[in-house]
Ligand binder design. Structure first.
Ligand SMILES: [Zn+2]
Length: 281
């Protein structure tokens, strides 16, 4: 069992039995999507070197889109001279603007790939909320991501899809707690099509090549919302792949991008492309 956070006793998800999600037989007959989810920022309380935001990117692909995405990854790995024995990562391989522009340009051409984002602005979250429990913080953000993946799968352009969902494993996080949190939500939240989940797993970032792609998409989110030392954010990479964000043909808020606790963090960005946003979220 991985390390368990110290505040387990307060969480319902820490006290119920683990039960795997079993999809009904008809789910396995649906065409397949895979979702790869990676996070950016940390869940620490906002002080010192903690990140101002915590967010996730979920990249969704069918077989064709995954093949193209892996080719694009191969090209980026070559162009950035990434050694074959380790994953490409935003942190190590996309440190400068030129590389980020290049990655955004290459990835923006991928057809059939969809992404959904969740991002929390820690400075706007109140005392006593999920912000104060690192496990619950992860659970809440992961669930907002899962909801958006499943709503996207239900409304996929050529018909409903089953989804195999792969979250990137996070150090010192007990993902079974998140799984149990999802069990609670499945009972409560009938608007979320849990039956479309044909697999749910937490995997090391070196298990699937697509996790490297999810890491780069999470990096685009980070650049757009995490100010540098001069308080600047850079939305150019996110805007380059904007058309791949779910519902960007109308408004990404909130089915393609949820900003917590409200969209102020997005609406106040100088790069925000929807200045007269009518979204009530
Ligand atoms: Zn809008």
């Amino acid at each position: 069992m991985p390390n368990v956070a110290p505040t387990t006793s307060n969480r319902l998800s820490a006290s119920i039995d683990y039960q795997p999600f079993v999809a009904p037989p008809e789910t396995h007959k649906l065409p397949l999507l895979r979702a790869y989810i990676d996070e950016t920022g940390d869940r620490g309380i906002l002080k010192g070197r903690a990140s101002p935001i915590f967010g996730m990117a979920a990249v969704m692909v069918d077989d064709d889109a995954e093949r193209s995405a892996r080719q694009a990854l191969g090209r980026l790995r070559t162009d950035f001279n990434v050694p074959s024995d380790r994953p490409l990562s935003w942190k190590d391989d996309l440190k400068n603007h030129d590389r980020r522009v290049h990655a955004a340009n290459i990835l923006s051409t991928l057809k059939g790939l969809r992404v959904v984002y969740v991002v929390a602005d820690k400075s706007q979250l109140s005392d006593g909320t999920y912000r104060d429990d690192v496990t619950l913080f992860y659970n809440v953000i992961a669930y907002a991501g899962l909801q958006r993946v499943l709503w996207a799968a239900r409304a996929w352009p050529d018909g409903k899809r089953q989804v195999k969902v792969h979250f990137s494993h996070v150090k010192k996080h007990d993902h079974t707690d998140t799984h149990r949190y999802f069990q609670i939500k499945k009972r409560q939240d009938k608007n979320v099509p849990f039956d479309l989940v044909s697999k749910l797993s937490w995997v090391s970032s070196d298990k699937y090549e697509m996790s490297q792609i999810a890491d780069v998409y999470a990096g685009f989110l980070k650049a757009a919302f995490w100010p540098n030392v001069w308080q600047n954010t850079e939305g150019a990479y996110l805007l380059k792949i904007w058309h791949q964000i779910r519902r960007s043909e109308e408004c990404v808020i909130s089915l393609g991008m949820q900003v917590r606790p409200n969209s102020k963090l997005a609406f106040t960005q100088p790069w925000w492309p929807c200045p007269d946003c009518k979204s009530p979220y």
